[in-house]
Structure formats: structure tokens, C-alpha cells
Design a protein around this ligand. Structure first.
Ligand code: NAP
Length: 258
């Protein structure tokens, strides 16, 4: 298998790192020359990575293609390229349906969409894919877990849920800033919060799915966690998360219709 990447930016760097870093059986990888600094860096770090002369050379040398350009660059990046009809293609482009990607890569039709996240670089990603294909499942299982979803609506819902990461860090930052405001050194606040939140990931990693029970288990009746949870619930913080996600889902739907 030779994986070919058109668009060598942040997410391609994360995937290639996950496939190659410390891996004795790293696959052969061809990357497009853009971005020049990122592609050169990957080729320099990993023996199985080569930089192709141009986007057509990526296609010609690959047995599966990954499209990792920004959606607004797709038409320019893919125009005029010759796609073999049976080439398996995995598109990472947000807001571009399978039907729209097929138009861009005709006569190829074997198109799968995927939403890998930066955790794939440590092979700890959970990557929604639609429709399921053996090649996409094998690729993303190597990078953590492939998560085949039922249809493109479910895929769009996962796409919306990825919008929560910056808010997560801003939640932690609000706590850190509050501690610093009470005279605690920033470095001590950072170390403390890193340990608290890394520790809370443990039950999720072990497969715990009952979030209400986890919240209950971390809130002594009448205690401090219960009090802050009640305050934030009353203030509408969690209802806002859901209405915000509704807004993101509508935004994605409008972008897909454009
Ligand atoms: N980052 C994520 O976590 C993530 C997660 C899931 C999906 N995605 C999707 O993956 C895609 C890439 O995201 P990204 O964050 O990796 O973006 P990025 O860092 O901006 O990378 C996109 C790359 O495409 C290159 N490019 C632009 N025009 C090109 C062309 N004509 N031919 C070849 N390459 C071209 C850019 O090169 P220059 O730098 O030279 O312009 C850039 O290196 C997007 O569609 C995004 O929706 C990203």
C-alpha cells in the first residue's frame, strides 16, 4: 500500500507521524510538495516518506489517495488531474459531501469521508468514516480506531462535535485564570489542572459511557462539585453547549448547500 496525500499541512503531518513515528512497518507515503516546509520536514524525519514532484505524481504513485487540502482550495488543487477510475480516495475536507467529492475526482467513485483529529499523531484517534471501506478502516485503525458511522447526517453530527475542543481548553483556562487571580503561580495552576483533567480521562479510556453516573460519582451529595454543577446548570452553561452545537450543525448544513 502506498498512501498518497494531496495537501501536506497540519492534519497530513499528524497522520504521517502516526503512521511512521517509531513504527517498524511504516507504510510507503507520497506527499504533495505543498506545503514545502511541512513536506520536506516529513521526508527528512521518516525514511518511508517521499515528496512527489506535483499533485499528479502523487496520484500516479499512490494506491490510495488522501485529500487533505482546505475545502476552498479543492477545486484549484484537483482541477485537471487524471484520477484512475478505481482509485480509493479518502477525503478529509470538512463540508464536502461524498457526491461533491466524486464530482471533483471523476471518473473515480470510491470516495470515503473521514474526520481524523490531531490525536492520530500518537495513534490515539477515533476517526468517524463514511461510508465504511476496508482501506479506510485499516488506515484509521492503525491510528487508533476507525469509527464507521451510519450515514452522512451522523457524519455531519460528528463534524459539529469536533468544534468543542477550543472551548474545552478555554474552560480549563477559566479555572487556571481564576486560580492565578487568587495569587497562585501560573505554573502551579497549570500542573494541577493538567493532572486533574488527565486523570478524569481514565474512566472514558476504560470504556465508561454513562456520563451521568460519572458526574454523580464525582459529586458528593451536598458537596462542592454538586454545588458548582448546580450553579453552571442554572446559568445555562450546558444548555448553551447544545444550542451552540445546533448552530454549528446549521452552519455545516448551509456550507454543504453552497
Ligand atoms: N487540522 C485538523 O485537525 C483537521 C481535522 C479533520 C479534517 N481536516 C480537514 O483537512 C483539510 C486540511 O486541513 P489542515 O488543518 O491540514 O489544513 P492546512 O494545515 O492549511 O493544510 C492544507 C494544505 O493544503 C495545501 N494546499 C493548498 N493548495 C494546494 C494545492 N493546489 N495543491 C496541493 N496542496 C495545496 C496547503 O499548502 P500551503 O501551506 O502552501 O498553502 C496546506 O499545506 C481541510 O479540508 C480540513 O477541513 C483537518
Amino acid at each position: 500500500m502506498v498512501y498518497g496525500f494531496i495537501g501536506t499541512g497540519a492534519i497530513t503531518a499528524a497522520i504521517v507521524t502516526g503512521l511512521c513515528d517509531g513504527q517498524a512497518d511504516a507504510p510507503q507515503i507520497l506527499v504533495s510538495p505543498r506545503n514545502r516546509a511541512v513536506s520536506a520536514d516529513l521526508a527528512q524525519r521518516f525514511a518511508s516518506v517521499r515528496v512527489a514532484a506535483d499533485n499528479q505524481a502523487v496520484i500516479d504513485g499512490a494506491s490510495a489517495l488522501i485529500l487533505a487540502v482546505r475545502p476552498q482550495d479543492a477545486a484549484a488543487a484537483l482541477a485537471g488531474l487524471a484520477f484512475p477510475p478505481h482509485m480509493p480516495i479518502i477525503s478529509l475536507m470538512a463540508g464536502r459531501t461524498v457526491t461533491r467529492v466524486r464530482e471533483l475526482v471523476a471518473p473515480a467513485t470510491d470516495v470515503v469521508r473521514a474526520i481524523p483529529l490531531p490525536a492520530v499523531s500518537a495513534r490515539e484517534g477515533a476517526t468517524p468514516i463514511f461510508p465504511a471501506s476496508d482501506i479506510a478502516i485499516a488506515l484509521f485503525d492503525r491510528l487508533g480506531t476507525a469509527l464507521p458511522v451510519a450515514d452522512e447526517d451522523a457524519f455531519a453530527a460528528f463534524g459539529a462535535a469536533t468544534a468543542t475542543m477550543a472551548s474545552y481548553f478555554t474552560f480549563i483556562r477559566a479555572i487556571a485564570d481564576w486560580l492565578v487571580g487568587r495569587g497562585i503561580p501560573a505554573e502551579q495552576a497549570q500542573r494541577y489542572l493538567a493532572a486533574v483533567f488527565a486523570g478524569l480521562a481514565g474512566p472514558l479510556r476504560r470504556g465508561e459511557r454513562d456520563f451521568a453516573r460519572l458526574a454523580h460519582d464525582h459529586a458528593t451529595p451536598g458537596g462542592l462539585n454538586e454545588r458548582l454543577l448546580g450553579y453552571l446548570t442554572e446559568a445555562g452553561a450546558f444548555a448553551s453547549v447544545q444550542s451552540g452545537l445546533d448552530d454549528i450543525a446549521s452552519h455545516i448544513a448551509r456550507a454543504m448547500a453552497d
